[in-house]
Design a protein around this ligand. Structure first.
Ligand code: SF4
Ligand code: FES
Length: 237
């Protein structure tokens, strides 16, 4: 052990971690799996979804492993009854309000944690029309779990384009462009990184979406071409 490392116990296993390492990093190093939804290697962890909570020394509140740092000589439990119950409830609440049909990893978690998909039958579900406002990808915020990953890769974590933000509050909160302008009028450069990090079907390449809609190859070609004015011609092609 060096000066910049500490030891702790995770699920009864002694683990050495670098000072400042998160519990998620230390657990992964030790081969212990902790579920994640809002966390992604390409984005800064924000501790938003709480699916990664773990029990540290039986503390009053569970700690989100993606942001909580390892403490020397602490005892961490990643799958005790408290943790399982908390993760199960989070999944049940998510499932009650968001369409998770195209989120296979979250579906697997539902099974793993024996989540009851009828637990909150009267919950208000997120409702939104599919936004098809550009040739490259569509947005279906009925499937959005508000993990913030797309907003982060569009901003300081990768692209520095800042095309995405949040609109509304509470249940109505949704990812959107500033002032809800169309994506083609926004600063978006269509790099596709938001689509790449989305853990659900909320962001989808237009070609994939068009194929699901049963578009012909000609329709796909027409719908996924960027309209532009040729030099010296005022007509769009
Ligand atoms: S659109 Fe996808 S990446 Fe963006 S916040 Fe929603 S679920 Fe997360
Ligand atoms: S993965 Fe840690 S809070 Fe979402």
């Amino acid at each position: 052990m060096t000066d910049d490392s500490i030891t702790l116990t995770i699920d009864g296993k002694p683990v050495t971690a670098k000072k400042g390492a998160t519990l998620l990093e230390a657990a992964r190093e030790a081969g212990i799996d902790i579920p994640i939804i809002c966390y992604h290697e390409a984005t800064s962890p924000n501790g938003l979804c709480r699916i990664c909570v773990v029990d540290v020394d039986g503390g009053r509140v569970l700690q989100p492993a993606c942001v909580a740092e390892c403490g020397a000589d602490t005892q961490v439990e990643t799958r005790n009854e408290r943790v399982l119950r908390s993760r199960r409830t989070i999944l049940e609440m998510l499932n009650a309000s968001v369409n998770l049909e195209q989120a296979p990893e979250i579906q697997d978690m539902m099974t793993d944690y024996s989540a009851d998909d009828e637990r909150f039958p009267d919950a208000r579900r997120r409702e939104s029309e599919v936004i098809d406002d550009n040739p490259f990808y569509v947005r279906d915020y009925e499937q959005c779990v508000l993990c913030w990953r797309c907003v982060q890769v569009c901003a300081e974590d990768a692209q520095f384009t800042f095309a995405l933000t949040l609109k509304n509050r509470g249940h109505e909160t949704s990812v959107a462009t500033a002032f809800d302008i169309s994506m083609t009028d926004s600063p978006c450069v269509f790099c596709g990184q938001c689509v790449g990090v989305c853990p659900t079907g909320a962001l989808k390449p237009k070609v994939e979406w068009g194929m699901e809609q049963g578009w012909s190859s000609e329709e796909l070609r027409q719908q996924t071409r960027r309209k532009r004015k040729p030099l010296g011609d005022s007509e769009e092609t």
